[in-house]
Design a binder for this molecule. Structure first.
Ligand SMILES: Cc1cc2nc3c(=O)[nH]c(=O)nc-3n(C[C@H](O)[C@H](O)[C@H](O)COP(=O)(O)O)c2cc1C
Length: 216
């Protein structure tokens, strides 16, 4: 049994992994627990395809080649939210010693997404394309449950929407059928403790900014 509050505090995005493999038994435990996540009409819409070993390496090679030829676009954000991305970039790149003007190293850092930050295993999170927002919410609840169960077992993760920039190459390398929408990736592995950006505490708003109570 794990301390839930502490696990929530311990979870953070890992952006450099050790090559040390993740024991399958621990992954299976976390997957069995995540399967208990709630979902709209209990349809359990999450679909997860893992790539490991040679399959992972081939996926990385294909993604990296493509990302070098066709640099990934940044998913657009409404202007009211853009400053969060800038602040995140300042924190993450700052911890990596990359300045705002250092375009070359920023691009290299972006490409690390397509190496899954060195994680030995990467999951591709999918959902049937005909499902909607409530079902994507169910996938999100599943993913957070999975990530927390992995965190509790000492395993690091990084959710990677960046992988969704190249759905066709992922689809072909992992035989993902056309009816499945590729939502994001999930890098899974042991965190490299010597990488300063793995020890960041990314800022959060106060609860009052996001939550209100309406009374009489
Ligand atoms: C849906 C989603 C997509 C994300 N995509 C990426 C990504 O492509 N690359 C990346 O480095 N981090 C990605 N992240 C991690 C976020 O940047 C991170 O969760 C956020 O900045 C808060 O930091 P923390 O996870 O360390 O608490 C993603 C997180 C979520 C939930």
């Amino acid at each position: 049994m794990f301390d839930l509050d502490q696990t929530i505090k311990d979870r953070h995005s890992t952006r450099k992994f050790l090559s040390q493999p993740v024991p399958r038994a621990l992954l299976d435990e976390a997957l069995a627990l995540a399967q208990l996540a709630p979902s709209n009409s209990n349809i359990q819409p999450w679909r997860l395809v893992f790539a490991q070993g040679g399959c992972r390496d081939r996926l990385q090679e294909a993604l990296l080649n493509l990302a070098k030829q066709q640099p990934p676009y940044s998913f657009g954000l409404p202007s009211a939210f853009q400053h969060y991305r800038q602040e995140l970039g300042a924190q993450v790149y700052g911890a990596m010693g990359i300045t705002r003007d250092d375009k070359a190293n920023r691009q290299l850092a972006v490409l690390r997404n397509y190496e899954f930050f060195g994680a030995p295993i990467v999951g591709i999170v999918c959902m049937h394309q005909d499902l909607g927002v409530a079902d994507a919410l169910s996938v999100g609840m599943y993913l957070q449950t999975l990530v927390l169960c992995l965190t509790a077992r000492g395993i690091g993760t990084c959710v990677e929407v960046s992988l969704a920039a190249y759905p066709e190459i992922i689809r072909s390398k992992l035989n993902i059928p056309p009816e499945l929408l590729i939502i994001c990736g999930l890098a899974v592995g042991y965190s490299d403790p010597d990488f300063p950006a793995n020890h960041l505490h990314i800022n959060r708003e106060s609860v009052e900014k996001n939550v209100s109570f309406q009374g009489d």
